[in-house]
Design a protein around this ligand. Sequence first.
Ligand code: HEM
Ligand code: HEM
Length: 205
Amino acid sequence: MNKKVIHYFSGIFISLFVGMHLFNHVWGILGAEKHIALMNHLRVVYRNPLIETLLLLAVLVQIISGLLLFKEVRKKSVSFFNKLHVYSGLYLAIFLIIHVSAILGGRLVLKLDTNFYFGVAGLNTFPLNLFFIPYYGLAVFSFFGHIAAIHSKKMQKSVWGVSPVSQSKIILIISFIFIMLIFYGVTNGFQGVNIPKEYKVLVGN
Ligand code: HEM
Ligand code: HEM
């Protein structure tokens, strides 16, 4: 099996999780308690030892196969969506390494429940939010950007008079709506979240 086929199937598996995961964060607009309640339901699926092992392995496979593809196609990428494809992938590689290490470190080393408060502590603390806002914003944008680029490459026909390239631009607009909704939820409507004391270790107090 070549790396493109591996990247494709592992990407579909990861996207099933990321779809649930981002929906969970959008659900955060209803408040921390509702976000945590939904996460507890979703964990029954993705924290199942077999599924979580497969997910973490898929993330590793995705990063390695993606970086090999990056090396191969970077110089040939000239159009806007080709460039978006390879550079959104590169950012996802960096983000996934940091994000998954942070989550596993929080769980296994700090023995914290890596719930809503773990995810949002940095986002709600100045000056750490100067890092965390672009860090998470670019992650969500890169995930949708990768999909928009794949769509522009594979989609051949217009729908309701909208060309494939315009359809991909609509996917990018949807990503901005997702980012705004997620940020609204994880910052308690931009007013800031009170971080429980067991999570203060993450923000240095
Ligand atoms: C959430 C994680 C990711 C998903 C869901 C995903 C999904 C995909 C899919 C479905 C394709 C299309 C394969 C095809 O043309 O048949 C693709 C291509 C590609 N991906 Fe990813 N990918 C992810 C992460 C990454 C990472 C971490 C990199 C690292 C740099 C990367 C770099 C690339 C590159 C360079 C291509 C080929 C672009 C081209 O052919 O022009 N991807 N990805
Ligand atoms: C605002 C954006 C995001 C926030 C606040 C966030 C937060 C979190 C939190 C709190 C967890 C722990 C979940 C748990 O303990 O059940 C987690 C896990 C994870 N996240 Fe994210 N995440 C974000 C975006 C993303 C994106 C865009 C991706 C992928 C492209 C991603 C991939 C993952 C993965 C692979 C895990 C590990 C799942 C596991 O095995 O438990 N996250 N994230």
